[in-house]
Design a protein around this ligand. Structure first.
Ligand SMILES: [Zn+2]
Ligand SMILES: [Zn+2]
Length: 298
């Protein structure tokens, strides 16, 4: 035990939040990044299962991460994979990445040919049986500037085509890009199963998603004090289109905001969502479990 162990008490901002009370009805974490969390995969899965989170969807963001997701899903029945180049990854492949944000490190500009080559590998992975979805893909106007927009949109369109050809779910990352994401989906024709991960639209957009049959996956930020717009969206979303996710290690639900997130914290978000919907926790969990299985076809 390190000498500073006493500091990892209640108030420690970096300490893992405590285990919540288990759910009585098991659910899935519809979007997580186990490769960015501390501890082993087995530890993370066991901890999640101990509170009723018995299934996780492991999401790839680049080539290495997508290959890893496919490997982990092949090795664990409780893990399903999705594969993609993240919306912020595609522009880096084309234009270079001097800061090395991606886990593959700084990269030289590779142009459209490099993007095509990366997409071919995503296409190959998308054909694997344990890969249930293509994503996270989409548009991110927050992190990617105007110079990266064309590459990002080209990559998004290619991912939609791959998802449809393989009959897999499409997992959308939409950051400050609602109108453009909805437009591209319309132009390309959305796959049969499309999931807005970390749903960030308002109630009006939820009505559009409902009409189109898009799933809306709510993350820990639905619990944040300043996120009334998300709770309003959750309140009007058809129950059969609602999913829950951690997007861990990010977006830890209140009251643990800022501390490390992991799939075992799903019950905290489920309980907050049940309160918003005014329904019983078990009823919501039953719906979430069925919806996630339907969305990803497992
Ligand atoms: Zn995302
Ligand atoms: Zn994510």
């Amino acid at each position: 035990m390190p000498s500073n162990a006493g500091q990892t008490s209640k108030g420690d901002k970096n300490a893992a939040p405590p285990l919540p009370a288990p759910l009585r009805v098991a659910v899935a974490d519809s979007h997580t990044h186990l490769d960015m969390q501390s501890g082993t995969v087995e530890e993370g899965l066991a901890k999640a299962a101990s509170v009723g989170v018995t299934t996780v969807v492991q999401v790839g963001c680049d080539i290495k991460g997508s290959q890893w997701a496919a490997e982990i899903a092949a090795a664990h029945d409780s893990v399903h994979a999705t594969v993609a180049l993240h919306p912020n990854e595609a522009p880096r492949i084309v234009h270079g990445d001097p800061d090395g944000w991606s886990r593959q490190g700084a990269r030289e500009p590779g142009g459209d040919a490099a993007l095509d080559e990366a997409l071919a590998e995503i296409d190959r992975l998308a054909g694997l049986p344990q890969v249930k979805g293509v994503g996270e893909t989409g548009l991110d106007h927050f992190r990617t500037g105007p110079e990266g927009k064309a590459a990002q949109e080209r990559s998004f369109r290619a991912h939609i085509e791959i998802a449809k050809r393989h009959g897999k779910a499409l997992v959308i990352h939409d950051r400050e890009a609602h109108a453009d994401v909805l437009r591209v989906l319309k132009e390309e024709g959305a796959p049969e199963r499309t999931v807005f991960h970390c749903y960030s639209g308002d109630a009006a957009m939820a009505e559009i998603c409902a009409r189109e049959g898009y799933f809306m996956s709510f993350a820990g930020n639905v619990t944040f004090k300043n996120a009334q717009n998300l709770r309003d969206a959750l309140a009007v979303a058809p129950l059969e289109l609602v999913l829950v996710e951690t997007d861990a290690p990010f977006l830890t639900p209140a009251p643990y905001r800022g501390r490390p997130n992991a799939p075992y914290l799903i019950p905290v978000t489920v309980r907050a969502m049940a309160a918003v919907r005014g329904i019983d926790e078990d009823a919501l969990a039953t719906a979430l479990a069925a919806n996630t299985a339907r969305a990803f076809g497992y």
